[in-house]
Design a protein around this ligand. Structure first.
Ligand code: PNS
Length: 163
């Protein structure tokens, strides 16, 4: 049977840190679904179709074993519908731990067969957040090395800062 994992997030926008987690995770599975929540708490900068396109453009050519989808409602219900019991989350620093622990335990309470696997961020991305990237881009800073080229272009377009 195909081993399928779900890598959920808001991905507003997808960063090099997300890409790193996705590529290191897919090696452990037959297929990885990068799942974008449609019920983000904050008003997102990019729509779900925009985020999906940016993620697809950021994946290496021939990434046939990674797909990208939007989901709404509870993550565990989506995972079950997809036939997966594995959720992947990235951990950057100790500050991520409490939030991630809470989510993992709530998800396990909701569906005991769903397990969360944590991947440590690569050191070079351990400081990186989508929120910081948006702020840097909005204030005219350089996001080279923080986000894939397609995301950089989209940020520049959104904030209308051509340099
Ligand atoms: O990238 P993020 O914002 O840290 O991702 C958070 C996400 C989307 C994984 C989380 O908010 C989520 O699973 N949302 C779906 C709703 C849900 O299942 N909530 C219960 C778990 S706390």
């Amino acid at each position: 049977m195909e081993k399928l994992a779900i890598y959920p997030g808001t991905f507003d926008p997808f960063t090099n840190g997300h890409l790193d987690i996705a590529l290191r995770s897919v090696r452990l599975f037959d297929h990885l679904i990068i799942a974008i929540t449609t019920n983000a708490k904050k008003k997102p900068l990019f729509s779900v179709p925009e985020r999906r396109d940016l993620i697809l453009q950021s994946l290496p050519d021939g990434s046939k074993n990674i797909s990208v989808e939007g989901f709404d409602g509870l993550l565990v219900n989506y995972a079950e519908k997809k036939g997966s019991s594995i959720i992947i989350r990235g951990l950057r620093a100790v500050s991520d731990f409490e939030y991630e622990l809470q989510m993992a335990l709530i998800n396990r309470k909701l569906k005991p067969n769903v397990d969360t696997i944590f991947k440590m961020s690569s050191e070079e991305y351990s400081f990186l957040t989508s929120t910081a990237v948006k702020e840097i881009a909005q204030l005219g800073g350089c996001v080279d090395g923080l986000v894939p080229p397609a995301v950089k272009s989209a940020l520049l377009e959104k904030f209308n800062k051509y340099r």
